[in-house]
Design a protein around this ligand. Structure first.
Ligand SMILES: C[S@@+](CC[C@H](N)C(=O)[O-])C[C@H]1O[C@@H](n2cnc3c(N)ncnc32)[C@H](O)[C@@H]1O
Length: 168
């Protein structure tokens, strides 16, 4: 199943050891967050559709997961210094935005947040490339791996691993 292939690439790039604090932006029904929950210390997901968050919480309960937290709201508004103070700075940040990519305000917040590792999952390589260009101010792209989720179409899912550059 290609969904599992995609999440396995995200998990491999996340490189979790069990101790990490993870953010999952644009979490939908929390599927990536819950897929990773048992491999990290804590995971927090953000999604703008409240009904999806209700499903994420139900999925969490059905799977007996207790270290995930979900928020309904726009990523660019929910992500704030207060949010980071409450949940801690992420060791790994997963972002899986819609085809439009990330809002520039959200990208700017990620640059200030400076999580050591970002896994950027995208269904639109054009907007992903635009966002990676913006993030290149502080991040190096270490790996890129496409996953063919939509056979016989020109659409592709693309996963990129970004690492915070060491400042000199
Ligand atoms: C590509 S889907 C990813 C869903 C999920 N990660 C998965 O694997 O199923 C993008 C998600 O972002 C949500 N979304 C779109 N714009 C958003 C925003 N500004 N803030 C928060 N969530 C948003 C959509 O509702 C959708 O669930």
């Amino acid at each position: 199943m290609q969904g599992k292939q995609l999440y396995d690439v995200a998990a491999e790039f996340a490189g979790l050891t069990g101790n990490e604090n993870v953010y999952d932006l644009y979490t939908g029904t929390g599927s990536i967050a819950l897929y990773l929950a048992r491999q990290c210390r804590a995971v927090v997901g953000i999604e703008e559709i409240p009904e999806a968050i209700v499903d994420a919480e139900e999925n969490m309960r059905l799977n007996g997961i207790t270290n995930a937290t979900f928020y309904a709201g726009d990523v660019k508004s929910v992500l704030s210094p207060e949010f980071v103070q409450k949940h801690g700075r992420p060791d790994v940040l997963i972002t899986d935005p819609p085809r439009a990519g990330m809002h520039s305000k959200a990208v700017e917040f990620l640059l200030d947040l400076a999580a050591p590792r970002i896994v950027y999952v995208s269904c639109n390589p054009a907007t992903q490339a635009r966002d990676l260009q913006l993030l290149s101010e502080k991040y190096a792209v270490l790996k890129v791996r496409p996953v063919d989720m939509f056979p016989h179409t020109h659409h592709i899912e693309n996963v990129a691993l970004l690492e915070l550059k060491v400042s000199s």
